[in-house]
Design a protein around this ligand. Sequence first.
Ligand code: SF4
Ligand code: SF4
Ligand code: SF4
Length: 255
Amino acid sequence: MRKLKVAVYKFSSCDGCQLQLLNMEEELLQLSSFVEFALFYEARRSVSSGPYDVAFVEGSISTPHEVEVIKKVREESKVLVAIGACATSGGIQALRNWANAEEYKQYVYPRPEWVEVLKYAEPPSKYVKVDYEIRGCPVSKEQLLSFILQSSKGKTPTLPVDSVCVECKRKGNVCVLVAKGVPCLGPVTMGGCGALCPSYGRGCYGCYGPMVDPKPEVLNTRFKELNIKPKEIQLLFKQFTNWSREFRKVIEEYE
Ligand code: SF4
Ligand code: SF4
Ligand code: SF4
């Protein structure tokens, strides 16, 4: 049987999503009989050239050079999968999109004129077609494994479509929003984490990004009714997935 030829790429990111792949450990050994990690700099030095069956892409596109590279990745990959908050909505570094990057450079780098950045840190989907998104910060290890297994069998991979709220209800959690008035983004956030945060009595802060058709403005209205301060509401949406189109709408209301 021909092995599934996989490439793993990093753009502007912290490497945490690639580490989720490495964290598979025992599963990786089993995967090696039907999956070839042909390009994965975090794991191995040798590289087999493309084309690749699947390219997993971590990170946001933040520099002109990265724009060129992601276009090349697209050309040589049958399926391109964005993994993690950085690659699906810009990630934490997209917070600089709300500020003046040129000003930041003056404070951070001794030679700011050497640093070439785009005006905005954006997900790869801004520049190329992305076939699938696997969410989370870091990306869900279980979803990665399931995606690889299904792809290696020639199946169309399935990913979660429910909100965190639905997972929370399935687990029988007490709702922190209703019972304690704790702001929670669960109603507008894509599931897949098993409602991790509400299961420990805290609100969801949206690291999996917006669910399909989330209507965050409705949740925003509920937060206002609970007398949550405007700055707090804005900061809730302005986190790991702040540059997602849907969450931006609420953030902009408070800018
Ligand atoms: S999504 Fe989170 S864990 Fe993954 S690369 Fe970005 S910051 Fe790191
Ligand atoms: S705690 Fe959050 S995720 Fe859970 S049901 Fe309530 S609003 Fe939804
Ligand atoms: S509950 Fe929300 S913030 Fe917590 S892991 Fe899940 S998506 Fe991320």
